[in-house]
Design a protein around this ligand. Structure first.
Ligand code: IPM
Ligand code: MG
Length: 398
């Protein structure tokens, strides 16, 4: 037995424990929710990302500027680009987020972020940590909120994915104990579980939804998922008006395809990795990962992004301008809602539904036989001008 390897691993594990214990202290001392109604100007940063990122970010920024024209003019909102979060820059410095870029990001209240390349072993880039994951950790964006709605099929899902713990938090800090033995870690804290589960219940309560579904694999992953489920049991007691049920992730994944059953699910809350996987599945049911937006929310900062990756293949094949910006524009709608512009957010969502699902006068295919992202954004902004937008949207319902 390689005793030295075991000692090295123990030492590494010891350090991880110290960091996690310290993090727990911070989670316990989490600041109160920021009140955007008291902030002027609200600073919105645009992080273009890489691959198709700059293409879809450009269109999303245009749409956001269009929506906030008056507010920007009145000095209530500021929208600016934040440069430097590119794979080239990250790889050159061999860091997930260059320090100067992180310092800049922290000057903004909210960011809209295009997809960023996440290298893995064997890629041409150094195997650095995902900058999404790093940003979520650095800004303590503990809630990954991902809506999927398909009115025609009666589907209205809101996923609350835990975003700072689980299998992700030490995803880059696992141990290769020997050449043959690899260890990763999955982390759950009581406080970390409670804050995401509570947010899901609060969302249900505020929106008159009478059910929350908790998804784990607590029958097998007994410590961390066991804790998540136990905390859910406890939190649920504070919401007697809301029913809750618990499902295992494998059967839940199947049930999203069960046409009779899936409409019953409304608010789902789940640990990080399960949330990652199931939201891609849900987005695919909605029409593809290009149609889904995602909010990463903490009490102090928030970051809004597409749920898909940077699609380097599209760039290599010269098709980047045909990439669908809907996902990031949907994220922009979530951003508007988050900073208090609820009506604008609803209008943008309705216009996205009309253009992307109902009317489809301009259709994106991701290829040269479809429209460009720019053409789609034009169509969307033209649709947004319609004073009868809400009526037009309603005419397509049921
Ligand atoms: C997502 C993405 C990221 C994740 C990747 C890019 C690290 O898949 O936002 O769902 O796994 O969280
Ligand atoms: Mg994902």
């Amino acid at each position: 037995m390689d005793k030295a390897a075991i000692e090295r691993a123990k030492e590494h594990f010891g350090k991880l424990l110290e960091v996690q214990m310290n993090r727990m202290v911070q989670v316990k001392a989490m600041p109160d929710w920021i009140d955007y109604s008291k902030i002027k100007p609200i600073k919105v940063g645009i992080l273009a990302g890489d691959g198709i990122g700059p293409f879809i970010a450009k269109e999303s920024k245009r749409v956001l500027e269009h929506m906030l024209k008056e507010e920007v003019k009145a000095g209530k909102v500021e929208i600016r680009d934040i440069d430097g979060l590119t794979i080239e820059n990250r790889a050159a410095q061999c860091v997930a987020i260059p320090a100067d870029v992180l310092a800049e990001i922290k000057k903004y209240h909210v960011t809209l972020k295009g997809p960023t390349t996440t290298p893995r072993k064997g890629d041409p880039w150094p195997n650095i940590e995902s900058c999404n994951v790093a940003l979520r950790k650095e800004l303590d964006l503990f809630a990954n909120v991902r809506p999927v709605r398909i009115p025609a099929l009666g589907i209205d899902w809101m996923f609350f994915r835990e975003n700072t713990e689980g299998a992700y938090i030490l995803g880059s800090r696992g141990i290769n104990v020997t050449d043959d033995l690899a260890f990763d870690f999955c982390v759950a804290t009581s406080q970390g579980s409670e804050r995401i589960i509570r947010l899901a219940f609060e969302h249900a309560q505020k929106n008159g939804i009478d059910k929350v579904t908790v998804v784990t694999k607590a029958n097998v992953i007994k410590a961390s998922d066991g804790k998540f489920l136990a905390i859910a049991q406890k939190v649920a007691k504070d919401y007697p008006g809301i029913k809750w049920d618990d499902w295992f992730i494998d059967i839940m994944t199947a049930k999203l395809l069960d046409e009779a059953r899936r409409k019953e699910f409304r608010v789902m809350v789940l640990p990080n990795l399960y949330g990652d996987i199931i939201t891609d599945e849900a987005a695919q049911i909605q029409g593809g990962v290009g149609t889904a937006g995602s909010a990463n929310i903490g009490t102090r900062y928030a970051m809004f992004e597409a749920i898909h990756g940077s699609a380097p293949r599209m760039v290599d094949e010269g098709r980047a301008q045909y990439a669908d910006p809907s996902s990031l524009i949907k994220a922009a709608a979530m951003l508007l809602n988050h900073i208090g512009y609820t009506e604008k957010s609803i209008a943008l969502d309705q216009a996205l539904d009309i253009c992307g699902q109902f009317e489809r006068r301009v259709v994106i295919t991701g290829r040269t036989n479809g429209a460009t992202g720019e053409q789609f954004a034009e169509y969307l902004m033209e649709t947004l001008q319609d004073p009868e937008l809400a009526k037009r949207w309603s005419s397509y319902q049921g």
